[in-house]
Ligand binder design. Structure first.
Ligand code: GTP
Ligand code: K
Ligand code: MG
Length: 444
């Protein structure tokens, strides 16, 4: 069930797998049944498998394109599982364009689609879905923690956890079904069933413990959402600019300057964070400002942390509608007011920089507190979270429906295993693939 009928797995695919041109090198990857034959034509001869050799790369008319390294990976010992090759040429736009054009001229060869190399790796059993998604995250990773989480996912640790759980569910179901088969005989050992349900209750708590880490996994992957909120002129935009070290937001002495929600990305000790500046909160009849305040409150409700700013001497708001997370009360303009440790968690001056290091440390501490409870084998995508919730729901039904028939309870166990299987792609995921691979870049 592929959306794009162009996509044919019999084709040999190729793409520039390295970054934007011009660059020192351009790495062109080729995969499919004629990959080695095509490479032989271009390079004159093939190197030993997995050993780089310097070759002159020519068009079929004998015109020299460039000299470069050629590597071949006969299947199945390749990334995709198919016969594959890499040609490393100089990363000039014309060099790469000529090589790609030449490749397109071979029968059965075409440019790869988004994520098509990874998709073939998946279809050929070289990686499962969690690993493929981890690879996409690894390539997108900008901070150290994003990288570490992605490596954890590509390394198969999470996949193994889900497969072990699915196996446990399947074994439990098999035992229960065996018990059903012998139910008309008198000597059924009830203890088998008791053991199964005790183990399933244990699995239920493991699964919900794992799900509890999903928030933090999403924070690592998508960044900690830190929202600066407070009344007009509290100094919100000034703080944003001070942390960004550039003039991102307009600052004036006019109350109600900021209307749109602005954001910058920060790297906090390896964690990604997104800092939002918002419109000052107050009652107003002004139409544009009202819209700004509406957006400010919506952004605040979705925050992981709110920095509630107030000029020292005025009260910092501690409740925000729809927000249940941590609020830090930040007293501002400490250069013109005495610091006050009673009414604020921290006093700062964006003008002099006093307190900004402590504010940074506040965020570091918060992230470290959040991370303390978890290893990095965390679910980090909504897709994983939804399927884990589905699985936990079914398992909970199975465990708690004590008065229901064993056949019904076994069916709930089957559903729980099925949802876990969909995470790694072991079962029934054809419908998900097009969505997942559309976010990949070409050449991956
Ligand atoms: N002395 C002093 N003045 C500050 C400091 N931070 C901000 N201000 C001044 O306070 C005024 C308001 O600053 P903004 O950063 O625009 O305040 P805001 O909270 O973004 O205001 P709105 O966008 O209108 O809600 C400006 O005149 C700033 O120069 C500070 O640390 N010390
Ligand atoms: K202002
Ligand atoms: Mg502002």
């Amino acid at each position: 069930m592929r959306i794009n009928p162009m996509q044919d797995f019999n084709d040999t695919i190729f793409a520039l797998s390295s970054g934007s041109l011009p660059a020192g090198l351009g790495v062109v990857r080729i995969s499919g049944s004629v990959a080695l034959a095509v490479t032989r034509v271009l390079a004159g001869s093939l190197p030993e498998p997995r050993q780089a050799a310097l070759k002159t790369i020519r068009t079929r008319n004998g015109l020299v394109i460039d000299r470069g390294l050629v590597l071949i990976f006969p299947g199945p010992a390749s990334f995709t599982g198919e016969d594959s090759a890499e040609i490393h040429v100089h990363g000039g736009k014309a060099v790469v364009a000529t090589l790609l054009e030449e490749l397109a001229g071979f029968k059965g060869c075409r440019l790869a689609e988004h994520g098509e190399f990874s998709r073939r790796a998946l279809e050929n059993g070289k990686m499962d879905l969690v690993e493929v998604e981890g690879l996409a995250d690894l390539i997108a990773a900008e901070t150290e923690m994003q990288r570490r989480l992605a490596v954890e996912h590509t390394a198969g640790g999470l996949s193994k956890l889900y497969e072990d759980w699915a196996d446990r569910l399947t074994r439990a179901r098999a035992l229960i079904e065996a018990e059903l088969d012998f139910a008309d005989e008198d000597d059924v050992p009830g203890s088998v069933s008791d053991l199964v349900w005790a183990d399933m209750a244990e699995l239920q708590s493991e699964l919900s413990g794992h799900l509890a880490g999903a928030d933090f996994g999403e924070i690592i992957r998508d960044g900690l959402k830190v929202v600066i909120a407070g009344p007009p002129n509290a100094g919100k935009s000034s703080l944003m600019n001070a942390l960004a070290r550039r003039e991102v937001a307009i600052v004036t002495e006019i109350a109600g300057t900021t209307r749109d929600v602005l954001h910058i990305d920060l790297d906090i000790e390896g964690y990604a964070a997104r800092l939002y500046d918002t419109a000052g909160l107050r009652d107003t009849e002004e139409v544009i400002e009202r819209e700004g305040i509406k957006r400010a409150l919506k952004t605040a409700a979705e925050a992981d942390i709110i920095l509630s700013l107030a000029e020292i001497g005025t009260a910092a708001q501690t409740d925000f509608p729809g927000f249940g997370g941590k609020v830090f009360r930040i007293g501002t303009k400490s250069d013109i007011h005495p610091a006050d440790a009673n009414n604020y968690d921290l006093c700062i001056s964006s003008d002099t920089g006093v307190g900004l290091a402590e504010l940074h440390q506040l965020l570091v501490n918060d992230l470290q507190t959040r991370s303390a409870a978890f290893s990095l084998a965390l679910p980090s995508r909504l897709r994983h979270r939804m399927l884990l919730m589905e699985s936990l729901d079914a398992l909970t039904q199975a465990v708690s429906s004590v008065s229901a028939g064993l056949d019904i309870r076994a069916e709930f166990l089957r559903r729980a295993a099925h949802s876990l299987g969909r995470i790694t792609g072991r079962v029934d995921v054809e419908d998900l693939l097009d969505v997942i691979f559309s976010e990949f870049c070409i050449g991956k």
